[in-house]
Design a protein around this ligand. Structure first.
Ligand code: NAG
Ligand code: NAG
Length: 207
């Protein structure tokens, strides 16, 4: 092997090691599934008595003592904006933990959203990607499960499974996650450290 080829070969090895270490936020086009055809962001907004159960999450900013997340989402189709509260039950705390988030919807690809926290009615700037990349529908074609992936910057990522019902077993939720990971391609989504909230947990939390 010529010296040049050895150098070229070593460079390739070094570059590929670097690439595999530098995980970056996937683009929406890389992860969006055909299930998003016909999807409208306003479908997330089920009206005043509608909530989403966060049956799986690895949200890095959610304190580990908190579980049983529910999201109450409001969407403005006209303004292409949305907001929601995420409420969680935290061990040892009398009051639920609550965070208020606001964001923008891409007019062309409504699953492609950006968001940040709203603190004291003030929307924090520098919105981060929050992508609805796969949905499942029930027999009436209504949304049943929504899979989201958020990139929070600073090397932080958040994979979430939002469901209309809280009555799933751990096994069911685990196989939903495995299926979606296979569908997208293993390693493209960071799904490590996912915390699952099954039916028993939601019953215990009484939410
Ligand atoms: C969800 O938010 C809406 C609008 O802020 C509010 O009217 C409704 O009571 C909330 N629903 C639940 C179940 O928290
Ligand atoms: C929920 O998880 C707990 C703790 O792992 C387990 O004991 C319980 O059987 C699970 N319940 C369901 C419905 O999967």
């Amino acid at each position: 092997m010529s010296l040049l080829r050895i150098v070229a070969c070593m460079t390739t090895v070094v570059l590929s090691i670097r690439t595999s270490n530098a995980y970056e936020c996937p683009s929406y086009e890389d992860i969006v599934q055909t299930s998003l055809e016909g999807y409208r962001a306003s479908e997330l907004d089920g009206g005043s008595d509608s909530i989403w159960y966060m049956v799986a999450t690895n949200e890095p900013t959610l304190p580990p003592i908190c579980t049983c997340g529910i999201n109450n989402i409001t969407v403005s189709d006209d303004e292409l904006t949305y907001e929601y509260t995420n409420t969680d039950i935290c061990q040892g705390l009398k009051e639920p933990f609550q965070i208020h988030i606001g964001g923008e919807i891409n007019g062309e690809f409504p699953g492609n959203m950006k968001e940040n926290a709203i603190i004291h009615n003030h929307q924090l700037k520098n919105l981060d990607p929050n992508m609805v990349f796969h949905v499942e529908r029930d027999g009436n074609k209504d949304l049943d499960v929504v899979y989201t992936y958020a990139c929070l910057g600073h090397g932080l990522f958040s994979f979430n499974v939002l469901a209309k019902t809280s009555t799933r077993t751990t096994q069911e939720i685990e196989s939903m996650i495995a299926e979606v990971d296979n569908m997208i391609g293993h390693g493209i989504l960071k799904i490590e450290k996912v915390r699952i909230v099954n039916q028993t947990s939601y019953e215990t939390c009484e939410v």
